[in-house]
Design a binder for this molecule. Structure first.
Ligand SMILES: *Cc1c(COP(=O)(O)O)cnc(C)c1O
Length: 455
C-alpha cells in the first residue's frame, strides 16, 4: 500500500454555509466607530460602499450563513480544494512532524481570493450595483475580482499599488484579460492620489493609499460600490470554506492538526483556514496551536499597537480596533505585496490579543529560502505571501525534530507564485535584501492614531 498524499472531496462536500466565528467568541467584537461622531456606526453609514446583504454579514452574530446556490455553483469549478500530505517535504526536512497543506492555488486566479470575490460580485449584482472599485497589492485580489466581475457582467476598476504594478506586469495583463481596468496607485484620478503625489511624486504606493482611492471612487459615484479583498468580517467569513473542508479532509486522514499555520496580510486566508478549527476549540472540542506569519518589515501583529485606526491612508474609512502600524505607515517594497498592509483584521487582532493566535514575523530572504525548498520537494511554487507560512512550518517542523515529537501541522498554501517569478529571479541573483523595519516611522505614524473613547 502506498502512503496517501492527497485528500480529495466530492463537490457535495463544498460547505453549504459560511462559518461566522463571532457566534463563538468569548467577547463580542469592539464596535466600529464613526471618526466624525466618535459613536458606533450603523448599517446606513456603510450603505454608500457596500450592498446591504454584505453589511448584514459584516455585523451578523449567526454561526452559519447560507452560501447562495449560484455562488456554490461557481465554487464547483475548483472546490473542494485538495488537502495534501507533504511526505516528500517531511523526508527532506527529516522531521517526525506530519505536514499537511490545503492548496488554494487551484482557483482560476491562483489564490484563495476568488472565494470571496465571487460572493461579493454576486451580492453586488443582486443589489443592482453597476460597477465595482477596488485596490490590489500584488495583483492577486484585483485579478480575483476581475474574474468574478466577468462572470456577473460587472465592470471593475482596480487601483494597483505602484511598486507591484511595476514588478508584476503579468498580473495587470491577467486583470485586463478578464476585462478590468487597472490603474497604478497613487494615481491622478482621485483627490487622495493627487495629494500623495504632490507631497511625494516618487511614492511606491501602498495598500492603504490604494484603498483610499478605491473608496473615494465608490463614495463619489452612485452606481459604484467598493469591494475589499481582506480585513473585513464578511471577507473572512467567505474564506471559511477552506477550514470547513479541511476539517472533513482531516477526518478522511484520521488525523487532526496540532498546529495550524497561515500567512497574514489582512488576515483573510489565515482566518479562512483557522477559524473553523478555532471555533471547534472555543466550543470545547479539539485544541490546537494557531500561528499567523507576517513579514518582519511590516510586523503589524508583532510590533504594532492594538488600537482604533483608519483602514486607509486617506482616513476615509471608519475606525476599527486592530493591530496597526499607523495608517500613514508605508511598508518597504517587499515582494510579498499582499502582506504590505498597515493593519490587521479586527477579528484576527482580537484573537491575537486574547492569546488564541500567536503571531510570528519572518524576513523575506528566509521565506524565499523555505519556499524554494518547498518547491523542490512538493513541486508547487508558493506565492511570496504564502512563503511566510512555509517558513513558519519549517520552524515548527524543526522544533518537532529537536523535541522528538510527531505533531500534525496544517498550513494554508494561499496561492501559487507563477506571476511572481521575477521575485524568484531576483532571489537567485542575490538581489533581494531583508528590508529593515523602521520603528521610528511606525512611532511617527502611530502618533497620528486618533483617540477613541470606546477603547
Ligand atoms: C492577498 C494574499 C495574501 C494576503 O491576504 P490575506 O487576507 O492575509 O490572506 C496571502 N496570500 C496570497 C496568495 C494572497 O493573494
Amino acid at each position: 500500500m502506498t502512503d496517501t498524499v492527497k485528500y480529495v472531496l466530492d463537490e457535495e462536500a463544498i460547505p453549504k454555509s459560511w462559518y461566522n466565528i463571532i457566534a463563538d467568541l468569548p467577547e463580542p467584537p469592539a464596535p466600529v466607530i464613526h471618526p466624525g461622531t466618535g459613536q458606533p456606526i450603523g448599517p446606513d453609514d456603510l450603505a454608500p460602499l457596500f450592498p446591504m446583504a454584505l453589511i448584514g454579514q459584516e455585523v451578523s452574530g449567526e454561526r452559519e450563513i447560507e452560501i447562495p446556490d449560484p455562488v456554490r455553483e461557481i465554487y464547483r469549478q475548483w472546490r473542494p480544494s485538495p488537502l495534501h500530505r507533504a511526505r516528500r517535504l517531511e523526508a527532506a526536512l527529516d522531521t517526525p512532524a506530519r505536514i499537511y497543506y490545503k492548496y488554494e492555488g487551484v482557483s482560476p486566479a491562483g489564490s484563495h481570493k476568488p472565494n470571496t470575490a465571487v460572493a461579493q460580485a454576486f451580492f453586488n449584482k443582486e443589489d443592482g450595483t453597476k460597477r465595482l472599485s477596488t485596490e490590489t497589492g500584488a495583483g492577486q485580489w484585483g485579478s480575483a475580482l476581475a474574474f468574478a466581475g466577468a462572470l456577473f457582467g460587472l465592470p471593475v476598476d482596480v487601483y494597483m499599488v505602484k511598486v507591484s504594478y511595476q514588478q508584476k506586469p503579468y498580473r495587470r495583463a491577467l486583470m485586463e484579460t478578464y476585462g478590468a481596468r487597472c490603474v497604478a496607485s497613487p494615481s491622478e484620478e482621485t483627490n487622495c492620489g493627487r495629494a500623495i503625489l504632490e507631497s511625494d511624486p516618487d511614492s511606491t504606493g501602498s495598500l492603504g493609499i490604494a484603498i483610499s482611492e478605491a473608496v473615494e471612487v465608490a463614495a463619489t459615484n452612485d452606481d459604484t460600490k467598493y469591494s475589499l479583498g481582506s480585513v473585513l468580517n464578511h471577507v473572512l467569513l467567505h474564506q471559511t470554506v477552506i477550514g470547513q473542508e479541511a476539517i472533513t479532509q482531516f477526518g478522511l486522514a484520521d488525523d487532526y492538526p496540532d498546529i495550524v499555520v497561515g500567512c497574514a496580510g489582512g488576515g483573510s486566508n489565515f482566518a479562512g483556514c483557522a477559524f473553523p478549527f478555532i471555533g471547534e476549540m472555543l466550543r470545547g472540542g479539539n485544541k490546537a496551536q494557531f500561528i499567523a506569519a507576517e513579514p518582519a518589515s511590516c510586523p503589524t501583529m508583532t510590533e504594532g499597537r492594538y488600537a482604533y485606526d483608519f483602514g486607509d491612508t486617506g482616513k476615509l474609512t471608519p475606525l476599527v480596533k486592530m493591530h496597526t502600524l499607523g495608517s500613514s505607515f508605508v511598508p518597504p517594497g517587499i515582494h510579498a505585496g499582499g502582506l504590505r498592509y498597515h493593519g490587521m483584521s479586527p477579528l484576527v487582532s482580537q484573537l491575537v490579543a486574547s492569546g488564541h493566535i500567536e503571531p510570528r514575523a519572518y524576513g523575506q530572504l528566509e521565506c524565499f529560502d523555505a519556499a524554494v525548498q518547498f518547491a523542490r520537494a512538493e513541486g508547487i511554487v508558493p506565492a511570496p505571501e504564502s512563503s511566510h507560512a512555509v517558513r513558519a512550518v519549517f520552524k515548527a517542523a524543526e522544533a518537532c525534530k529537536a523535541e522528538g515529537k510527531s505533531k500534525a501541522i496544517l498550513f494554508n498554501l494561499s496561492g501559487h507564485g507563477h506571476f511572481d517569478m521575477q521575485a524568484y529571479t531576483e532571489y537567485f541573483a542575490g538581489n533581494l535584501v531583508d528590508q529593515p523595519f523602521d520603528a521610528a516611522k511606525m512611532d511617527a505614524a502611530l502618533a497620528e492614531v486618533p483617540e477613541v473613547a470606546a477603547e
